[in-house]
Write a protein that binds this ligand. Structure first.
Ligand code: HEM
Length: 148
């Protein structure tokens, strides 16, 4: 059971962080180079819509499996790194919630209204917040491995 929890936890983390890396380092720059805003913005909004469904599932899995590992060991016995991972994870979840219901909702509205400057601004905010979450995710993995 603990091995299954850790397996699912790892899969969820890989899906989330790997997806952000792909979006920021591969899809976004390539789309910016090849496509004009009227083609690029709807593409980015559609890709994010699908990816964010995966992120919601990852968040649910990370929370359930993480808490299951933490509570089965006991909060008092758990290493400091595990507590830090819980804290960083909660910040990441909150940041994603803000990104989803704030800038992402606005991006979709901008695309519906064909307001490309506004869409570009919102896509930029999403990229910034996702970049912060990528760094926090790397930090969360670092603390659980290096801080006993
Ligand atoms: C509610 C939030 C979270 C809790 C309670 C939690 C808890 C835990 C626990 C208890 C472990 C087991 C450590 C071990 O067996 O040594 C773990 C491992 C891990 N967590 Fe989390 N976690 C959370 C969020 C996250 C997030 C947001 C990420 C990254 C996106 C993440 C990535 C990982 C990874 C990659 C490992 C495996 C590290 C190893 O090989 O030991 N976790 N987590």
């Amino acid at each position: 059971m603990p091995a299954l929890m850790k397996f699912l936890h790892l899969l969820a983390a890989i899906a989330w962080l790997g997806g952000i890396g792909f979006m920021l380092l591969a899809l976004r720059p390539a789309a910016a180079q090849l496509l004009a805003p009227p083609q690029r913005m709807p593409l980015i909004a559609q890709v994010l819509q699908r990816f964010f469904a995966l992120v919601w599932a990852s968040i649910a899995l990370l929370l359930l499996t993480g808490l299951s590992m933490l509570l089965s060991t006991g909060m008092k016995q758990a290493p400091v790194g595990w507590h830090l991972m819980l804290g960083l994870g909660l910040v990441m979840f909150a940041l994603f919630g803000h990104l989803y219901f704030g800038p992402f909702r606005r991006l979709k509205q901008a695309v519906s209204a064909a307001n490309w400057p506004e869409g570009g601004r919102r896509a930029g905010q999403i990229a910034t917040l996702a970049g912060i979450n990528l760094m926090l995710g790397v930090l969360a993995i670092g603390v659980v491995i290096f801080i006993i």
